[in-house]
Write a protein of this length. Structure first.
Lengths: 115, 453
């Protein structure tokens, strides 16, 4: 018998980052060291267009790309900015500090009840 | 020639200095070219708009000096793209002048310096649009309108390999480029020596950010790329770094919305069939890159337009009741600006650090502010005098905010400085578009001069 528990994405991924992709987009990369971990997160369904739109409180139309990048063991998505980077009032010209909410995403793990 | 080897010491030359140790190891490997891009649109629209660099002259000179002295010693060409952060004409002229001064300083034998410009003539573009040419928007933008063009101060076009190839064919020993696709700075020499486009563009893609394709993480270290007719190999030069399958594949997705495709002037690099293998302790080999020529030759344009002069104010807040009602505090100050200047004709921005300063509306925790806040106030207006007053009212009136149940009635905010500070003028990216070109080099006039004794 197995019980359902969870692990935070920050403990599973090697890299979680955000960065401009041009002046109108911010792109997010979640990169795993182990193929197995990547596959597990991929199939868990916690990272989807819908889930990240919900996490960031934005409409689905602002998710311009969502890619599962097998060669890099990575999940990647991109959002559109409301105003271009570096406009007056933009607090993150490089888009480099937008990833923090991803760190605490809970990923379900199947753990055997007894070994 | 069976293979061609290029070293890249810096992913954005001048923005932070080259690390010399791994650069010397790269030079000792006797590459055929030394190349780097020096620009990025990441720095925001202000440098392009104000025709300045964001990189200090001292760091630009440091990097160019290391590269120039090494390339002249080896007797191999040196290529620089996107001179001076923006690739504007004044930045190209600046880099050519630095090269000439360095050549004199080091008493280098005379050599040929090729350079090309990439600024777009705004009246000429206006005439083309008036004649029906559509300047298409990228990343969801609408086609360029006349009013957006009129609001634009300066435009640069993003060069592909073409002006680099033209200058290499003319025998340039150093090439200083205007705004360039960073991968093309490396793809051009590979294509100049007859290597296939697919391998050439992949070589550029993997080298463009220097050691960002290596691990462990550490920027500004030199990497060496080698291209053959069938593959690309990339090797980290720093003793503690390696290019691994993971680091190289991972780099393919850096700073781009789709990790499989890279668009350049003239076509698209398709990396969807790429195969990565560890070819040595510090080397990864990549095969399977493909290149699809574009049906229509379109060049990317970047443009910046001035919004106004800008002042900045800073305040701190510690009272928990005031923190809970911060939007009413800024609302009060906003209302005072409105009463002085009306609804339009200026911008007033509040960035509330400690609540959602970094992420704004994307912040999921904006209802859980910290025990103290810092608010950055930005006032933008057509003149410096008005911007200063907008910012001053928007800052100082926070002190006088009228909150009904506040205990502290002697001042709602703390000032570390009670003045407002002049900041860079506010600009915005008016162009992120593409323009159809009949001739691949029509926007990139090339020139040849010389340096040295």
């Amino acid at each position: 018998m197995a019980t359902m528990t969870t692990q935070k994405l920050s403990t599973l991924a090697k890299t979680i980052r955000s960065k401009n992709a041009g002046v109108d987009l911010i792109t997010f990369d979640i990169i795993f060291t182990e193929r197995r971990t990547y596959e597990r997160v991929k199939t868990s369904g916690v990272l989807t267009r819908e889930s990240v739109a919900c996490l960031y409180g934005i409409g689905l139309e602002r998710i311009s790309d969502f890619v599962e990048f097998d060669p890099g063991n990575a999940i990647k998505f991109t959002i559109t900015r409301v105003r271009p980077s570096g406009s007056a009032g933009d607090p993150d010209i490089f888009g480099a500090q937008q990833y923090a909410p991803l760190l605490d995403i809970e990923v379900p793990v199947d753990v055997p009840a007894s070994k | 020639m069976q293979s061609l080897r290029i070293i890249c010491p810096n992913g954005h030359l001048g923005f932070a200095p080259i690390r010399p140790e791994s650069f010397r190891l790269g030079v000792a490997a006797r590459p055929d070219y030394i190349a780097a891009d020096s620009g990025s649109c990441d720095i925001g629209p202000v440098p392009l708009g104000t025709d300045t660099s964001t990189s200090p002259l001292g760091w630009q000179t440091h990097d160019l000096e290391l590269m120039l002295v090494a390339s002249r010693e080896l007797g191999v060409p040196m290529l620089i793209g996107s001179a001076g952060d923006t690739g504007a004409n004044s930045r190209v002229d600046l880099y050519v002048k630095i090269i000439q001064e360095l050549a004199t300083k080091h008493r280098l034998p005379r050599f040929k310096v090729g350079y090309f410009y990439s600024e777009v003539d705004i009246p000429a573009l206006r005439r083309r649009m008036a004649a029906g040419e559509v300047v298409e928007g990228l990343d969801g933008r609408d086609a360029l309108s006349m009013s957006e063009l009129d609001a634009t101060e300066r435009i640069v076009a993003m060069a592909g390999v073409h002006p680099f190839l033209a200058l290499l064919r003319q025998g340039a020993d150093v090439v200083i480029g205007g705004r360039s696709s960073d991968s093309c700075v490396f793809a051009a020499p590979a294509m100049h020596h007859g290597f296939p486009e697919a391998q050439a563009y992949y070589l550029g893609k993997v080298l463009e950010c220097a050691s960002f394709c290596a691990e462990p993480y550490g920027g500004k270290e030199t990497v060496l790329g080698e291209v053959t007719a069938d593959d690309v190999r990339v090797t980290a030069m720093h003793p503690a770094q390696r290019c691994t399958v993971a680091s190289v594949a991972g780099h393919a997705m850096y700073e781009r919305s789709n990790p499989f495709f890279e668009h350049v002037a003239g076509g698209t690099l398709d990396m969807s069939q790429c195969h990565y293998e560890q070819a040595g302790e510090k080397t990864t080999r990549i095969t399977g890159a493909q290149f699809q020529p574009a049906a229509e030759f379109r060049v990317k344009l970047e443009g910046a337009g001035k919004v106004g002069e800008r002042y900045v104010g800073l305040v701190g807040i510690r009272d928990p009741y005031t923190i809970a009602h911060i939007d009413e505090v800024t609302g009060w100050a906003r209302q005072q600006v409105r009463e002085r200047f009306g609804e339009t004709g200026y911008e007033l921005h509040y960035i509330v650090y400690g609540r959602d300063g970094v992420m704004g509306p994307l912040e999921p925790l904006r209802d859980k502010p910290g025990h103290e806040l810092c608010v950055m106030v930005q006032g933008v207006a057509p003149t410096a005098e008005m911007a200063e007053e907008v910012c001053m009212i928007g800052t100082r009136q926070m002190f006088y905010a009228r909150l009904p149940e506040v205990k502290g009635s002697a001042g709602s905010v703390a000032f570390a400085l009670d003045e407002v500070l002049r900041a860079s003028p506010a600009y915005r990216w008016t162009l992120n578009h593409t323009l159809r070109c009949a001739d691949p080099v029509e926007l990139f006039p090339t020139h040849m001069t010389h340096a040295g004794l």
